[in-house]
Design a protein around this ligand. Sequence first.
Ligand code: FAD
Length: 356
Amino acid sequence: MAVDAQEISVVVIGAGQAGLSASYFLRHYGVSHVVLDGAPEAGGAWQHRWPSLRLGKVHGIHDLPDFPLGKPDSERPASEVVSEYFAAFESAHSLPVIRPVRVTAVRENGDGRLLVVTDRGPWVARAVVNATGTWERPFWPHYPGQASFLGRQLHTAGYNGPEEMAGKRVVVVGGGASATQALAEISLVAATTTWVTRRPPVWREGPFKEQDGRAAVALVDERVRAGLPPISVVGVTGLGITPDVADARARGVMERLPMFSRVVPDGVEWADGRHVEADVILWATGFRAALDHLAPLRLRAPGGGILMDGTRVVVDPRVHLVGYGPSASTVGATRAGRAAAREVRDLLRKQAVSAA
Ligand code: FAD
């Protein structure tokens, strides 16, 4: 039996930093909405991050609007601190978050509105603010022989901390902060570690400067305005040297090898015949935007990305992407939530005027 769709002005998909910020500002502007979140608890992707990712090891968590995070104990797992923080924010502002609700597709409703299909029934909305992050789309590159490997292969998304690597020979693949942080802690317990990256790492000596962040965001913004797939904001700011990473560098752990050419049953091999034996391959190879549910709207440009103007999808102004591309950081997500809420409010006003 078909279930009647629930009607609402706006559906926000995802209750991470971006979705919560959008919800806060939609409420502020008096726009009726729901936030549908597929996760079991508050915390967005942070709730899934490995326990050894202590607050003191992350780049920094930007405040949600008008709700200072304060100075929590930097030794606590970031997953716990951020989940508690988000839960407190949701409850302080009585945000209309419903979970767990998984959005499986967004399509045309045939009357100018959007049909949001979920595992708990459909919703019909005038606009959608998509805030689904990247955590659910880990990126695994393909290398010959991968399926033949007799050891364990995992992605950062399935990493639970260094304990499970004790005594093992571990190959870490990837040139980002997740790779260097994992390598630093794994090297303290593993039998051996080998670090491979496609390009030589670019270390950021000294503190992170605000203008570097702005330049990185501008670069990613330029890409999405041209309809190209985004690259990680963090990826263009250079690799930060936390005390753990500095210690690992001093121990000689951060000597990187170029990417291997194939995986073999007992390890990895390079074209020149070099062979490294391994029990574990950790693919710290990043994430892509989790947007499969938007496929029916055919938003993609020929460049493979989605042509954006700020948070607005150029080919469909009813759809905003927040926490995407240039706003894929906690500071970017908070700002994008406000920008999207404002534009959606204006769009709904225009629709109301033209309907009158
Ligand atoms: P998320 O936090 O991923 O939230 C998305 C939400 O959407 C989740 O709750 C998910 O369950 C839900 N969802 C997804 N798909 C669906 C669906 N189909 N239906 C319903 N719900 C769905 N940024 C910083 O600024 N500082 C840092 O120190 C930092 N460290 C990082 C460390 C790691 C390991 C990683 C991977 C990222 C880090 N980032 C950091 C980036 C930052 O975490 C994100 O860019 C930021 O939190 C934005 O979150 P978001 O709201 O876009 O997405």
